[in-house]
Design a protein. Sequence first.
Length: 112
Amino acid sequence: MQALSWDHSLPPSYPVLIELERENHWIASVVGWSDAKGVGTTRDEAIQMLRQYLMGKQSRGELIALRVDSSQQELHPWMEFALMWASDPQFDEFVAEMQAQRELDDRCEGIV
């Protein structure tokens, strides 16, 4: 994984949901962050409270964006066997026989 460079000259932006829960009770929350909320008696007050919360978070930590390079992920341990039978001329016959056996097992289930 590598961290992307962050342009600190631009302020970060967040998707925010603003809800009027009930009269004089507004909630502004960052989508995807369950603890990032601002509550107020007006819409603007709720947004300001959320802004203060986020500024506090940023003052205690660092906001970065991560890119996951999928080409560097480890392969599943069985991937080396994935196409092992691809060129076998009897493979389709083998699969059909397995399917027939499974269907027979399903019909016999509960008879014993």
